[in-house]
Design a protein around this ligand. Sequence first.
Ligand code: SAH
Length: 222
Amino acid sequence: MTEGPEDDPTSGLAERKMRFLFALRSRGVTDTRVLTAMERIDRGLFVRNVFADRAYEDMPLPIACGQTISQPSVVGLMTQALQVSPRDTVLEVGTGSGYQAAILSQLARRVYTVDRYRRLVREASELFRQLDLANITAITADGSHGLPDQAPFDRILVTAAAEDPPGPLLEQLKPGGIMVVPVGQSDAVQALIKVTRTQSGFDYEELRPVRFVPLVEGIGSE
Ligand code: SAH
């Protein structure tokens, strides 16, 4: 019997990656720079457990420390809403697997990403080194306080749900800056909010319903 293309694991992977990009487009990720970044950064490297073979499906998946890597289309839509330009300094709160930070690294000048779990920061940093993503700095910290030493930021992306956009993060946003943050009760559906800092205050725009793990105070135990 001759081997068909579907038996060839390499072409199977290429096809899964193609379907992955197609799913992103059909769910509203249309920004070419975002799509190119998502084509370059292999989600398969960021899901290392038994769920690794589902890395190219449009679903959130469990990672270490009881956390989740977000659904790719949500990553794409949040990144798109953030309107990152090449000179921007970006803060991400919630490193998790490092996938979102890696995508931001393709679009921004500099990315700071923080997580309350040391283990997640260590594992993500290791991947950033392997992938030569030298413009990302990953730090263990309670991100609800932001990073006062590195502030202000052009863009802030929060990938855990807060009850309200945290005050310190609003303060650390430059005028004209944009923050995208899921807001709502931790166990319910949250609203993805885009906050724009104007000269005189803040504009709020509700984008879509989402579901994220909660923003938790303090440093984690792992
Ligand atoms: N952006 C990630 C997914 C984030 S999951 C990715 O691309 O994989 C949400 C993350 O937020 C978790 O890793 C959780 O530990 C982290 N988190 C929750 N509260 C936090 C806080 N106060 N400060 C920093 N990180 C926090």
